[in-house]
Ligand binder design. Structure first.
Ligand SMILES: [Zn+2]
Length: 291
C-alpha cells in the first residue's frame, strides 16, 4: 500500500511541477507563500489615489510579510503567523503562541473568515448567520482598536492593526474560505477548517482555492493586476474601500475634543456607534447574506 501511495505522490508532484514554479509562491496566504501582500499592495495604491496622498504606507513590489518593514503588511502577515502582539490581543498565553495552536484555535477561525469550531464536545458548529455577525463585529472591534492608536499618535500600531483587519476581509474573498455569489458577492456559505461537517464547505489543509493568480500565458511570472483572479480583484476592491472608509472616519472625527488618551475606544458607546454607522454600508455590501 505504502509503495502505491509513494508512486501516486511522485506522479502528483510531476503533474504539478510546471505550475509549482510559480504557483507555490502565489497562494492566498501571507509570507513566503503569499497572496495577501500583493492584494494589499494594489489596495493601498487605490486607497491612496482616492485620498489624494500616500496616507497609507505604500507596499513595495515583492514585499513579503516575513521581512517587511511595512506595518500594514506586518499586521496582515502576523494574522497567519502569530507574534506575541497578536496572541496578547486574543488573550492567548505566550507559551501557547505557536503556529499550530494559533491556526487550530477554535475561537480564532473567524479572523480568517472561517467558521469557528465547536469548543468542547457538546457545542454545535456556529451557523452561517452567527459567523457573519461575528465577522462584522470583529471588523468593527479591531478597527476601533486600531483607531485608538491613531488618536494616540502611535501610527505604526495603527497601521499594524488595520493590516490585521484587512487580512480578515481579504480571506473572505478566497473561495477556500467563503462561497459567494460572484455577481452580487452575497455570502452563500462560510467554510470550516480542521473538521468536516455536513452541509458546510470544508477548507482543505492545502487548498487550491487559495491561489490568487490566473493560469494563463503572460501571467506565469510577474504580479500584475491584470493577472489576478476575479475574486482576488474583489478582495483588492473591498480592501481599498475599507482603507478609504477608515480614512473618512478619521477625517470626520479628528477634530472633536474627546480625550482618547485615557479611554478605551471599545468601551466608548458614542464612538462605537459612529463607527457602526459609517461602516454599516460597507459591511452590508461585502458581508451580506445571500438572502
Ligand atoms: Zn488567514
Amino acid at each position: 500500500m505504502k509503495k502505491y501511495y509513494n508512486i501516486a505522490m511522485v506522479i502528483g508532484l510531476l503533474i504539478f511541477l510546471p505550475f509549482n514554479a510559480y504557483s507555490s509562491e502565489e497562494k492566498w496566504t501571507s509570507g513566503p507563500v503569499r497572496g495577501h501582500e500583493d492584494i494589499t499592495r494594489f489596495a493601498v495604491l487605490a486607497a491612496n489615489k482616492f485620498i489624494g496622498h500616500d496616507f497609507y504606507p505604500v507596499v513595495a513590489y515583492g514585499d513579503s510579510g516575513l521581512i517587511s518593514k511595512n506595518f500594514l503588511i506586518q499586521g496582515n502577515y502576523q494574522t497567519d503567523f502569530p507574534s506575541a502582539t497578536l496572541c496578547r490581543r486574543y488573550h492567548i498565553d505566550l507559551k501557547d503562541c505557536n503556529l499550530s495552536r494559533w491556526q487550530n484555535n477554535p475561537e480564532l477561525q473567524i479572523i480568517h473568515s472561517l467558521r469557528n469550531l465547536p469548543n468542547g464536545q457538546k457545542q454545535e458548529v456556529p451557523t452561517l448567520l452567527n459567523t457573519l455577525q461575528g465577522i462584522r463585529q470583529i471588523i468593527i472591534q479591531n478597527t476601533a482598536y486600531a483607531l485608538q492608536f491613531h488618536q494616540q499618535g502611535k501610527e505604526n500600531l495603527f497601521f499594524f492593526w488595520i493590516g490585521h483587519v484587512v487580512h480578515t476581509i481579504q480571506d473572505s474573498f478566497s473561495p477556500a474560505h467563503v462561497k459567494r455569489n460572484p455577481n452580487t458577492l452575497g455570502i452563500i456559505d462560510m467554510c470550516i477548517y480542521g473538521k468536516k461537517v455536513d452541509q458546510v464547505c470544508y477548507h482543505h489543509l492545502l487548498d487550491t482555492g487559495d491561489y490568487i493568480w490566473v493560469l494563463k500565458w503572460g501571467c506565469l511570472n510577474g504580479r500584475s493586476f491584470a493577472c489576478l483572479k476575479d475574486e482576488a480583484v474583489d478582495a483588492v476592491k473591498a480592501s481599498a474601500e475599507y482603507l478609504e472608509t477608515v480614512y473618512r472616519f478619521i477625517q470626520n472625527n479628528l477634530q472633536d475634543d474627546f480625550d482618547y488618551q485615557d479611554n478605551d475606544w471599545e468601551k466608548n458607546e458614542t464612538k462605537k456607534r459612529n463607527l457602526n454607522i459609517l461602516f454599516e454600508d460597507y459591511l452590508n455590501r461585502y458581508f451580506k447574506n445571500i438572502l
